[in-house]
Design a binder for this molecule. Structure first.
Ligand SMILES: [Zn+2]
Length: 162
């Protein structure tokens, strides 16, 4: 529409006409550019929409899967009475028939590991106690002096830098 207005406004002189043509071509180029930008914007919007839909779909499938996992009853074979019994996946679940712990082996294994860890810690503690008290104190002092030295170096560096 604007170009037509320009055509009407143009006068007879060739100079004005050429200026008018130039304006028209600029106008056309701008319009083409706008169209291209419009397409790019549309493309980007579509891309985002697609990503969003993909994301939502993934989450929805995950949620459905989790809900199914929750709804499905898990069963396990009791190691004592050899019957299939309901199992929540917990460590201290019991058999519905003979009331025995289903995960007794796992519990034993975990408690053995805990005992081992505690024994190791105690042995370490005993070794520390056995050390000469003088050397223990000395090592403490050396550590303190070392930390103090590093702190003083940092302080000096900061002072000189400032
Ligand atoms: Zn049982």
């Amino acid at each position: 529409m604007r170009s037509r207005v320009w055509v009407i406004k143009c006068d007879k002189t060739s100079r004005q006409i050429s200026a008018c043509r130039l304006r028209l071509s600029i106008d056309k180029a701008l319009r083409r550019l706008i169209r291209v930008f419009d397409q790019i914007a549309r493309y980007i919007a579509l891309l985002f929409l697609r990503l969003l839909v993909d994301f939502c779909a993934k989450w929805i499938t995950l949620l459905i899967f989790k809900a199914q996992m929750l709804m499905v009853k898990r069963e396990t074979k009791c190691p004592y009475c050899k019957r299939w019994t309901e199992w929540q996946g917990e460590l201290y679940d019991r058999c519905h028939y003979c009331d025995e712990l289903l995960e007794k082996e796992e519990i034993n294994r975990l408690s053995a590991a805990e005992t081992q860890r505690r024994m190791n810690a105690e042995a370490e503690q005993a070794l520390l106690e056995q050390q000469n008290p003088f050397f223990r104190k000395l090592s403490n002092y050396i550590t303190l002096i070392f930390i103090g030295f590093i702190l003083s170096v940092i302080a000096v560096v900061v002072l000189f830098a400032a």
